[in-house]
Ligand binder design. Structure first.
Ligand SMILES: [Zn+2]
Length: 293
């Protein structure tokens, strides 16, 4: 039993639109509003964890496919849907050994995010504004699409509400019982988000959705103990290194992630975040290499 909690800040670099879900409004006279959450007495825009989870899953499926690593893409007649049935039988029979064996056979995307009878090992929390003044938002006109033939209509206007650049949200992700190399794959998605290869929310074709995620804390909780590496209290950390041990049962492919705290203490907050991302991504790269050989 191991739980890894990664937290930091999500900053909007460009305009971002995460809609309230009531119909994608692209037509004349319509408006596309932001999803909101109540904070104090006001409703502020936020980024739901569920929408981030969708982005992480589809990005990971894309990465796996591009590397030639099998992923079932949640196809109905995939090996994972067969394995899911076996897991639900084994769960009914309380056959822990069989459950563990079957989970090992799931594709990587299902191992991380779950499938039909197997729940997700990853929780992406709602990104809510870090405080009441941290988020600015606005509306802008879009170009309306003809409802009938999909062409643009001259002068047709609908409005899109968006979060402005320079807004700040809390970011948090919890990962249960996954090996370090799969945490590395999740970090790979964060890396691609920061490179703006992966965009957040809607209206991506209009160039919206650029964000940056800064990681400043990793907390590792096991049954017997817990350990934390935190940019804010790094100076006070008693040891020279911080080690996140590999998870056993990874067929020997998993590796420890070790941070040199003496080096990290010299770094800016940005560099610190980058170092955490790089170290985990390296474990993922090493895993990919072993797959190729
Ligand atoms: Zn699968």
């Amino acid at each position: 039993m191991r739980s890894v909690r990664i937290s930091g800040i999500l900053e909007t670099i460009g305009r971002v639109h995460v809609g309230s879900g009531n119909a994608e409004a692209n037509f004349e006279g319509s408006e596309s509003v932001l999803i909101r959450i109540k904070m104090g007495n006001i409703d502020l825009p936020y980024i739901p964890g569920s929408s981030l989870k969708g982005i992480f899953r589809s990005s990971i499926e894309f990465i796996l496919k591009s590397l030639g690593i099998y992923t079932c893409m949640l196809a109905r007649r995939s090996s994972c849907s067969e394995i899911s049935k076996e897991i639900s039988y084994a769960t009914r029979d309380k056959n822990v050994e069989k459950i563990r064996h079957e989970i090992n056979n799931l594709c990587i995307a299902c191992k991380i995010f779950g499938g039909l009878s197997y729940s997700s090992n990853v929780t992406l929390y709602d990104c809510i504004p870090i405080d009441l003044a941290a988020v600015k938002f606005d509306t802008a006109p879009g170009i309306a699409i003809n409802r009938i033939d999909g062409t643009t209509m001259g002068g047709g206007i609908f409005t899109v509400e968006h979060i402005n650049p320079g807004s700040f949200f809390n970011f948090q992700i919890k990962i249960d019982n996954l090996p370090n190399y799969l945490i590395g794959l999740l970090f790979n998605v964060i890396y691609l988000i920061n490179k703006n290869v992966i965009l957040i929310g809607g209206k991506k074709r209009a160039g919206l959705g650029q964000v940056k995620i800064l990681i400043d804390k990793i907390e590792v909780k096991k049954l017997e103990d817990s350990d934390v590496i935190d940019y804010k209290s790094l100076i006070d950390h008693p040891s020279e290194t911080f080690k996140i041990s590999s998870i056993s049962g990874g067929n020997g492919v998993d590796r420890d992630v070790i941070f040199n705290l003496t080096e990290l203490k010299q770094k800016s907050r940005e560099e610190f975040s980058q170092a955490l991302i790089n170290n985990f991504m390296e474990v993922w790269s090493k895993f990919v290499e072993t797959k190729k050989n």
